[in-house]
Design a protein around this ligand. Structure first.
Ligand code: ADP
Length: 211
């Protein structure tokens, strides 16, 4: 059974690769950042609680995000799963391994992309309001999703200043997970610099080796 976590800096393509992996392996998927942004958009109690963290580029507190993931996992413990954006701290990673309310992952896929490339991606990144696809707009700054025609929107937290704070958090708090998962033999590091197709080809090859 597959239980996969995807880690990588902001704009490294976690969400995009996650969607493709979800289609490939047919696994229930939780994107913690997506879920939190939806709560903020809907103005729920949880949304109000996390809004200031998201808009300032900070991580939300471990206890809060762990409670959400725990509840989700309880409903998906039989099938295997795919997590995009969790764990993001050592405390979260350790909870997955040892806390009986969670399940340990079988594989951690880590995407590596240099910072200067991430900054270029942030400027052109849009999300479709209808189908949720993440796309990169060209110089014509197109307004509609190629897949479904829905309106493309910039994420509220995708300005350069906010990105740099998220990246600093990532380097300090999430990067150590590479060593953590390497030490327990679960790490698959992938060069995330290519196109979405190129990156996915490498991931796909891990599950369906060719030749
Ligand atoms: P990105 O990887 O581009 O920063 P995400 O959609 O994965 O985007 O996450 C957006 C925001 O949601 C993060 O900046 C953080 O505030 C919050 N978040 C998501 N997952 C976690 C987590 N596991 N722990 C703490 N904060 C989280």
């Amino acid at each position: 059974m597959h239980r996969i976590v995807l880690i990588g800096p902001p704009a490294s393509g976690k969400g995009t690769q996650c969607r493709r992996l979800q289609n490939l392996l047919n696994l229930p998927t939780l994107g913690t950042g997506k879920l939190l942004r939806k709560e903020v958009e809907l103005g729920t109690q949880l949304g109000l609680e996390v809004e200031s963290y998201l808009s300032s580029g900070a991580y939300v507190p471990d206890a809060l995000i762990m409670e959400l993931v725990k509840n989700w996992m309880a409903r998906h413990s039989e099938s295997g799963w795919l997590l995009d954006g969790f764990p993001r701290t050592l405390a979260q990673a350790e909870a997955l391994e040892v806390d009986v309310s969670f399940q340990a992952p079988t594989l951690a896929i880590a995407l590596e992309v240099p910072q200067h490339e991430l900054e270029q991606r942030i400027a052109s990144r849009r999300e479709c309001a209808d189908c949720g696809a993440t796309v990169s707009v060209g110089p014509s700054n197109e307004k509609n999703c190629k897949e479904c025609g829905g309106l493309l929107e910039s994420r509220a937290d995708d300005d350069l200043e906010n990105f740099r704070r998220r990246f600093a958090n990532y380097s300090e708090l999430t990067q150590p997970l590479f060593d953590y998962y390497a030490a327990n033999g679960k790490l698959l590091t992938i060069n995330g610099s290519g196109t979405s197709d190129e990156v996915f080809a490498v991931i796909n090859n891990h599950f369906h080796p060719s030749g």
